[in-house]
Write a protein that binds this ligand. Structure first.
Ligand SMILES: [Zn+2]
Length: 91
């Protein structure tokens, strides 16, 4: 929860505390939602080439049988497409 001290600092600089502190709770709420949305979208990002989940792969080796998740993967965990490669030309 690193954002609370930051928000407190920012709010003091902007003088938000003087109007009752309502804005700081609103800002914290928006911040939280934004993080949740970004995290959700990122973890569900689909590879533009193979259409599989970029950061997730089901490990079907018999001793694992579990999802592998690498949020810092630099390549698609399925086809190896580099992270920021442009989508292939559909033609
Ligand atoms: Zn892929």
């Amino acid at each position: 929860m690193l954002y609370l001290p930051t928000l407190d600092f920012v709010s003091r600089r902007l003088g938000w505390v003087s109007d009752g502190g309502g804005k700081i709770f609103f800002a914290a709420f928006v911040w939280l939602i934004a993080f949740a949305v970004i995290g959700y979208r990122k973890s569900n990002f689909q590879c533009p080439r193979c259409g599989e989940l970029f950061f997730h792969k089901f490990d079907d080796r018999p001793w694992r049988r579990d999802w592998r998740h690498n949020p810092f993967a630099r390549r698609c965990m399925h086809c190896g497409l580099p992270k920021w490669a442009p989508a292939p030309d559909p033609h």
